[in-house]
Design a binder for this molecule. Structure first.
Ligand code: PEP
Length: 247
């Protein structure tokens, strides 16, 4: 497995230039604390500014248009976000699947565009509470992933998977360590089958869903958890760094 845990902050639709001081503080701390790989995904409007602040942390986007530059009013292409300084993009987040009716097919097209532009990908998957209560969480998540994992040979090197149970996002609820471990193991098995064990071992599987400084250590010590995708707690440098140092 890739050795350093990967801790990624997803700022969602939050942040004005006033948040640049948080990015600066995260970056300075990450320069001193090298045990984790740290990154943030600000809104599009701040990517370039955060990139200019960042000497250590990675900067990414939260979405991308699935195609080349052209007549698509209001959209942003992968080459544009790469030009702004983004090194990765989060795709398939449950908020985009719900708010914008994103399908696995669309997510697949976005992955292709992102890879073509040289970006790394954080591919999100996760079940709703209804699916979990029906006992179908594993089947659901693996189906979601099978439909969107990139099949290109070298894609795995630039891939991170984030398991985020939908019911745990922004709710203060987290999955139990036992459930997280079982899901991450099932995802690992699928990655082994898809890319072969050696390549699969390079793909980190993050957990996301109400990760906070006080639960991070326990979550990050679960086998097969290669880091965390953090929403709410990434909006202040203090709480985000509390997670980084727990890694
Ligand atoms: C997320 O949206 O990716 C997320 C994990 O959010 P939160 O940490 O707020 O649950």
């Amino acid at each position: 497995m890739a050795e350093r845990p990967y801790i990624v902050g997803n700022w969602k639709m939050n942040g004005t230039r006033a948040m640049l001081s948080e990015a600066r503080a995260i970056d300075r701390a990450a320069q001193r604390y090298m045990k984790a790989e740290v990154a943030v995904a600000p809104p599009y409007t701040l990517i370039h500014a955060v990139h200019r602040e960042a000497e250590q942390i990675g900067v990414g986007a939260q979405d991308v248009f699935p195609g080349e530059d052209g007549a698509h009013t209001g959209d942003i292409s992968a080459s544009m976000i790469a030009d702004a300084g983004a090194k990765f993009v989060i795709l398939g987040h449950s908020e985009r699947r719900a708010d914008h009716k994103e399908t696995n097919k669309l997510i697949n097209a976005k992955i292709d565009s992102a890879l073509d532009a040289g970006l790394r990908i954080i591919l999100c998957c996760g079940e709703t509470l209804k699916v979990r209560e029906a006992g179908e969480a594993e089947e659901f998540v693996l189906k979601q992933l099978k439909a969107s994992l990139p099949q290109i040979d070298d894609a795995a090197e630039r891939l991170t998977v984030a398991y985020e149970p939908v019911w745990a996002i922004g709710t203060g609820k987290t999955a139990t360590p036992k459930d997280i471990e079982a899901m991450h193991k099932a995802i690992r098995q699928l990655l082994d089958e898809t890319y072969g064990e050696e390549t699969s071992a390079e793909v980190r599987i993050l957990y996301g869903g109400s990760v906070k400084p006080d639960n991070a250590r326990e979550i990050l010590s679960i086998p097969e958890v290669g880091g965390a995708l953090v929403g709410g707690a990434s909006l202040s440098a203090e709480s985000f760094l509390g997670i980084v140092v727990a890694a």
